[in-house]
Design a protein around this ligand. Structure first.
Ligand code: ZN
Length: 449
C-alpha cells in the first residue's frame, strides 16, 4: 500500500502542477531577427544535429552508462515483482481469513462504521508494511546504495519510511472511509462517485503537500542567491507567472539526483529547485530546467493531467467494480466477506487495482511523457539554452537509461529518454545558432560527480 500510496502521490504531484489561476495562453512568438533574412542565413555556420547529439552522448563515460542502464532496466522487473508480491500478500489475507479477522476485531472495538473502517485500515497497512518490508528495504535502500543513488545511512532512511507510513495511515484512512461511505450509500453506482471523490481527494492532497507533507522529509527555504533567483524571476515575469519567490530544498539529504518541480495548488503553488541542481549545475542549466517547469505551469499541464488521469481512474473504478463482484460471487463466502460494502473486501480491491495499474503503465507513462516533452519544448524557447539543456539531460541519465529502444521508451518512460531530449535540444539549436554556448559544450558534466 505504501507503493500504491506512492502511485497515488505521483498522480497527486501531477495535479499539483495546477496553475495559479492565470491560464495564460502564450503564443510563444520568436523575437524578430534584426538582421535581413539573407544575411542571417549566410552567416549561420554549418551545424549537424546528429553529430552534435553524438558528441553530447559521448560525454557520458561508458561505466556510468552501463550503471545507469542496469539500474533502470532492473526497475522494469521491480514493477512486476512489486505488483506480484502485492497480489500474493493480498491473496493470503483473503484465503487464510486474516482480512475477515481484522474486520471482526474492528467491529468488537467500536460500533461506529466509519471508525471500524479506519481501524481495519490501520491493521491492513501495518500488516502489509511488515510483510513487504524485506522487498522494500532491498528496493529502496540496498539497491539504491549499490547504484550510488542514496546518500542516507539506514537510520535516517528508516525515519523517512516511518514518516511515509504515518502519512499513508492518515491520508489513506481518510480516503478509505470516504470511499466505503460512498459504496454503502450508493450501492451499484458507487464507482462513478468513488472515482470523482478519489480525484478530488488527490487534488486536496496536492494542495496541502508543499505545506504539510514535503517539509516532513526535506527542509524548504526561500532561494536567496540573487545571481540565480533574479534571472529565474525575470523569466517567470516574462512568461506571465506571478511568482515572487523560488524555493530550494535539501534533496542531497537523500541523494545526488538533480531535480526541480512545481507543486501545490492555488495559494500553495510554488516552484522548487533541489540543492543538487544548484550545486552541480551552471546557470544556463538551471535556467533551462526552470524554463521546463514554467512550461508545465503555462501549458496548464496540471489541469490537463487531472482530466487525462481522471479517465484512467474512472475506467479503473469501473474495472474494479466488475472485478470485485465477479470474485465475490465465486469466493466471497469462503473468504468470509459479506459483500462490496464490507471493508474486509479491501485486499481484493487492492489486487484489482494492482493488476489494472500494471496493465495501464504504458498509458499513464505516455500521458506524462507527452507533457514532459511539451515542457522541454517550452523550456528551450523560454530559456534559450540548448547546450545547457543537453548537459542537464546527461545528468538525468544518472538514473534514467539514455538510449532505450522506441518500444522500451513507450512502455517504461515517464519522461523522454536522454537521447530524445538531447536530439530535441540540438534540433532547436540548429535553428538558433546564436544561442550556442562554447562553455556548456566543453563542460565535462560527469567529473564533478
Ligand atoms: Zn517536467
Amino acid at each position: 500500500m505504501v507503493r500504491l500510496m506512492a502511485h497515488a502521490i505521483c498522480i497527486a504531484l501531477l495535479c499539483s502542477l495546477l496553475a495559479i489561476i492565470t491560464s495564460a495562453q502564450t503564443a510563444a512568438a520568436e523575437p524578430a531577427s534584426a538582421q535581413p533574412v539573407a544575411a542571417a542565413t549566410a552567416s549561420s555556420p554549418p551545424f549537424d544535429v546528429n553529430s552534435a547529439v553524438e558528441f553530447y552522448l559521448a560525454k557520458m563515460p561508458p561505466a556510468e552508462r552501463a550503471r545507469s542502464n542496469s539500474y533502470f532496466e532492473g526497475g522494469y522487473w521491480l514493477q512486476l515483482w512489486d505488483s506480484l508480491s502485492t497480489v500474493l500478500v493480498m491473496s493470503f489475507l483473503l484465503k487464510f481469513g486474516w482480512s475477515r479477522r481484522m474486520r471482526d476485531l474492528a467491529e468488537r472495538i467500536t460500533r461506529l462504521r466509519p471508525l471500524q473502517t479506519a481501524l481495519y485500515w490501520l491493521q491492513f497497512i501495518l500488516t502489509l508494511s511488515v510483510v513487504t518490508f524485506p522487498l522494500g528495504v532491498y528496493e529502496g535502500y540496498f539497491r539504491e546504495h549499490k547504484y550510488g543513488l542514496l546518500n542516507q545511512s539506514f537510520g535516517p532512511w528508516m525515519r523517512d519510511q516511518v514518516i511515509a507510513l504515518v502519512v499513508s495511515v492518515v491520508l489513506g484512512g481518510i480516503l478509505i472511509m470516504l470511499l466505503f461511505g460512498i459504496v454503502r450509500r450508493l450501492g451499484k453506482n458507487w464507482w462513478v462517485w468513488g472515482s470523482v471523490a478519489s480525484i478530488l481527494f488527490l487534488m486536496f492532497v496536492s494542495t496541502i503537500a508543499p505545506v504539510y507533507i514535503f517539509p516532513l522529509f526535506n527542509k524548504f527555504t526561500k532561494l536567496q542567491d540573487a545571481r540565480i533567483k533574479d534571472p529565474i524571476l525575470s523569466m517567470a515575469r516574462a512568461n506571465g507567472i506571478p511568482a515572487t519567490d523560488v524555493y530550494e530544498f535539501d534533496a542531497s539529504r537523500q541523494s545526488n539526483r538533480v531535480s526541480a518541480n512545481v507543486s501545490g495548488f492555488g495559494s500553495t503553488q510554488r516552484i522548487s529547485l533541489n540543492d543538487n541542481l544548484l550545486n552541480r549545475c551552471t546557470l544556463p542549466e538551471i535556467e533551462t530546467t526552470m524554463g521546463h517547469e514554467m512550461g508545465h505551469y503555462v501549458l496548464n499541464h496540471a489541469t490537463k493531467g487531472v482530466f487525462m488521469y481522471g479517465v484512467v481512474v474512472v475506467l479503473g473504478f469501473a474495472f474494479l467494480n466488475w472485478f470485485i463482484n465477479l470474485a465475490l460471487a465465486r469466493w466471497g463466502e469462503s473468504w468470509g466477506i459479506r459483500g462490496i460494502t464490507d471493508v474486509a473486501v479491501l485486499p481484493l480491491a487492492t489486487i484489482g487495482l494492482s493488476i489494472y495499474f500494471l496493465l495501464m503503465t504504458p498509458v499513464s507513462n505516455t500521458i506524462t511523457r507527452t507533457m514532459e516533452f511539451e515542457a522541454d519544448m517550452y523550456g528551450l524557447n523560454a530559456a534559450r539554452q540548448p547546450d545547457g539543456e543537453a548537459n542537464v539531460d546527461l545528468l538525468l541519465g544518472e538514473y534514467r537509461k539514455m538510449e532505450p529502444s522506441p518500444l522500451e521508451e513507450f512502455f517504461f518512460f515517464d519522461h523522454p529518454s536522454g537521447r530524445t531530449r538531447i536530439t530535441a535540444a540540438m534540433r532547436w539549436k540548429a535553428e538558433h545558432p546564436e544561442t550556442a554556448s562554447a562553455e556548456e559544450l566543453a563542460r565535462p558534466v560527469f567529473t564533478s560527480h
